[in-house]
Design a protein around this ligand. Structure first.
Ligand code: NAI
Length: 333
């Protein structure tokens, strides 16, 4: 059975997903695309061979020729579009974050549980990155003993001018929060957050530093710096009782010149996580065919947003904030 997919949002992420689904992912075809900017949607439709173009995402979801949906439109559209997918009982891969706040995410969780079927996957693609997977496997087998520290770095070269200090927590650090939860397999219990001084290239926002503690006492620090200028740079180092593991940096090219040797950096996430996106999409399509959910669930989407929200509270108050996540429902076991 070929899964007929509709993609909503044809900007950076949506165009990338549509192209990958059409050319590199087995068992599916892209039959429809939607974008508020219909002209943009038409260009992407032409490239991926999608016959139908919509300017309204809900109309795409209602199309009887669409079996499953990718939501890659801006964050505020995620909740209404995912809710519509649940109403129409269509599997949906929604880009992160699942909602703009935890109330929206919780409503999605409750609605999905009532539907009795796992239909929502959240686009936390790090879970499909071979490096993160290898660290997770070593941890699960306790190859280096119990974890003590997880150091996470998330640097972008540049960010949109409207990006705020708050958005750096809710939209950027949320990736690291989910990745840490995925690796360590437990929830956070407290957060302290500080911004350093603003940089001269982005005076309206401050790079963020988050210090979180997990239920078992692992300390996780996250640097989220979206104006680093020099390139896209994501790192993670896990320190355990008798060993440490750090993600190997993947580079296209190594250069020897002018007395130095160096590795080129990716400009952004599309190159760095190309493999993770491909594996995420393939696993999602396979999960629809097998009816066996994979990746980050709606519950993971809720918990990561709830955690990020409490980090925001810690940032604003300059106090250490308690994180009190409810028990994971058996539905998401
Ligand atoms: P973008 O701005 O490049 O593209 C968004 C597209 O959605 C635009 O073409 C816009 O016209 C369209 N759009 C706006 N309102 C719409 C609506 N109501 N219905 C349909 N289309 C609408 O944004 P980008 O970077 O592609 O981000 C999209 C989503 O992906 C965001 O939620 C973002 O947080 C997430 N994202 C995820 C990443 C990941 O690594 N998983 C990386 C970057 C973004």
């Amino acid at each position: 059975m070929t899964i007929r997919i509709g993609v909503i949002g044809t900007g950076v992420m949506g165009a990338g997903h549509a192209s990958m689904l059409a050319s590199q992912i087995a068992g599916c075809e892209v039959v429809a695309v939607a974008d508020a900017d219909e002209a943009r949607a038409k260009v992407v439709a032409g490239k991926v061979g999608a016959a139908r173009v919509f300017s309204d995402g809900k109309a795409l979801i209602g199309d009887t020729g669409v079996d499953a949906v990718v939501v890659a439109s801006p964050d505020p559209t995620h909740h209404p579009l995912v809710m519509e997918c649940l109403r129409q009982v269509k599997p949906v891969l929604c880009e992160k974050p699942l909602g703009t706040n935890s109330t929206e995410c919780r409503e999605i969780v409750e609605t999905e549980m009532r539907s009795g079927r796992r239909l929502v996957q959240v686009g936390f693609m790090r879970r499909f990155d071979p490096g993160y997977e290898a660290v997770k496997a070593a941890l699960t087998e306790e190859r280096h003993g119990l974890p003590l520290f997880l150091h996470c770095i998330h640097r972008n070269a540049v960010a949109a001018s409207y990006t705020t200090s708050e958005a750096i927590i809710l939209n950027t650090a949320v990736h690291e929060i989910d990745a840490a939860r995925f690796l360590l397999g437990e929830e956070f219990v407290s957060a302290t957050v500080r911004g350093t001084r603003a940089t001269r290239s982005a005076p309206s926002r401050t790079p963020q530093f988050l210090l979180l503690e997990t239920a078992s006492g692992v300390l996780v620090d996250i640097e989220a710096f979206v104006d680093a200028q020099y390139g896209y740079d994501v790192r993670a180092e896990l320190v355990c009782e008798k060993g440490a593991m750090s993600l190997a940096q993947t580079h296209a090219v190594r250069t020897w010149s002018s007395g130095t040797v160096g590795n080129s950096l990716y400009a952004d996430w599309m190159g760095r996580f190309d493999d993770a996106y491909r594996r995420e999409l393939q696993a999602w399509v396979q999960s629809i065919r097998s009816w066996k959910a994979v990746g980050a669930s709606a519950w993971d989407g809720y918990v990561s947003t709830r955690t990020a929200e409490l980090c925001l509270e810690a940032y604003r108050s300059r106090q250490t904030v308690t994180i009190d996540i409810e028990e994971r429902p058996a539905f998401y076991a």
